[in-house]
Design a protein around this ligand. Structure first.
Ligand code: SAH
Length: 235
C-alpha cells in the first residue's frame, strides 16, 4: 500500500470516516494528478504523500463530521486545487458542488481533474464578491465552505451572501481562532450570520477547527462591497 493510502486510512479512523476501496482509488488518482500538474504550475506547497493526505484530503473530509451534506448544494470559495470541495464530493456523490476560484489556471486544472475522476461539478472562474451580486448565485447555497482564503471578517463578507437563509458558512481555521472570531463578530451580524459553534477535530498532527456560521437572515443589499473596500475597511 502507498504511504498516501496508509495515511488516509489511519487518519480516517481519527475523524470517524469509513473509506471504501473505490473512494481510496479516486483519492489516489486525484493526488497523482495534483502531483503531476504541480510540477508545471504552482498549485500547492504541500508535497510528500503523508502530508498531502493529512493536510489536504483528510482535512477536507473532516467537514463530513460537522455538516449534513447529503443532497445539499455547496460552494467552495477560493478552492485552489479543489480543497475542501472536491474530496467531499468524492466521499458524498449526492452533493451539488460548485468550485470557485479567481485564478483561471486553477479552474482549467479542476475541469481536467473532474473529467479524469468522472465527477460532475460546476467549476467557475470568478471572484466571490462579484458572483454573489448575480441572481443565480446570491443566497443559492445550503453551505459555503472555505479554507485559507482570508481572515474571518473578510471571509464572512466574501462568503455569507452566497448562502441561503437557514444554511451555513463552514470556515476552516487553525485551532486557535478565537481572536479572529471575536474580531469578526460585527461583520457576521451585519451580513445576516450567527456563530453556531466551533467544531474541533484533528485529522493529522495539527489540531484544527471549523467555525460554523448559520445564516439567520438575508444579507442586506449593498453587501458584499467592492474587494478594495472589503480589504481596506473590513467590517
Ligand atoms: N482552499 C484552497 C486554496 C487556498 S489559496 C486550500 O485550502 O488549499 C486561496 C485561493 O483563493 C487562491 O487559489 C486564489 O486564487 C483564490 N481567491 C482569492 N481571492 C478570491 C476571491 N475573492 N474569490 C474567489 N477566489 C479567490
Amino acid at each position: 500500500m502507498s504511504e498516501f493510502a496508509d495515511a488516509i486510512l489511519q487518519g480516517a479512523e481519527k475523524i470517524g470516516l469509513i473509506v471504501s476501496a473505490e473512494l481510496l482509488e479516486q483519492l489516489e488518482k486525484y493526488r497523482s494528478f495534483l502531483a503531476l500538474k504541480n510540477e508545471l504550475m504552482n498549485l500547492t506547497a504541500i508535497e510528500g504523500e503523508r502530508d498531502c493526505a493529512e493536510k489536504h484530503f483528510l482535512d477536507s473530509l473532516a467537514l463530513l463530521g460537522c455538516a449534513e451534506l447529503v443532497g445539499r448544494r455547496i460552494i467552495d470559495v477560493g478552492t485552489g486545487a479543489g480543497f475542501p470541495g472536491l474530496p467531499l464530493k468524492l466521499a458524498e456523490p449526492s452533493l451539488g458542488l460548485t468550485l470557485l476560484d479567481s485564478a483561471g489556471k486553477k479552474i482549467v486544472f479542476l475541469k481536467e481533474l473532474c473529467a479524469l475522476l468522472g465527477v460532475e461539478a460546476e467549476c467557475v472562474q470568478g471572484r466571490a464578491e462579484e458572483l454573489s451580486l448575480m441572481k443565480e448565485y446570491r443566497g443559492a447555497y445550503d453551505y459555503c465552505a472555505s479554507r485559507a482564503l482570508a481572515r474571518m471578517n473578510v471571509l464572512a463578507e466574501l462568503c455569507l451572501p452566497l448562502v441561503k437563509t437557514g444554511g451555513a458558512l463552514l470556515a476552516m481555521k487553525a485551532r486557535d481562532c478565537l481572536d479572529e472570531l471575536k474580531e469578526a463578530e460585527k461583520a457576521v451580524k451585519i451580513l445576516g450570520g450567527e456563530v453556531e459553534r466551533v467544531y474541533e477535530y484533528s485529522a493529522g498532527p495539527v489540531p484544527r477547527s471549523v467555525v460554523i456560521i448559520r445564516k439567520i437572515s438575508d444579507t442586506p443589499p449593498g453587501y458584499p462591497r467592492r474587494y478594495s473596500k472589503i480589504q481596506k475597511s473590513p467590517l
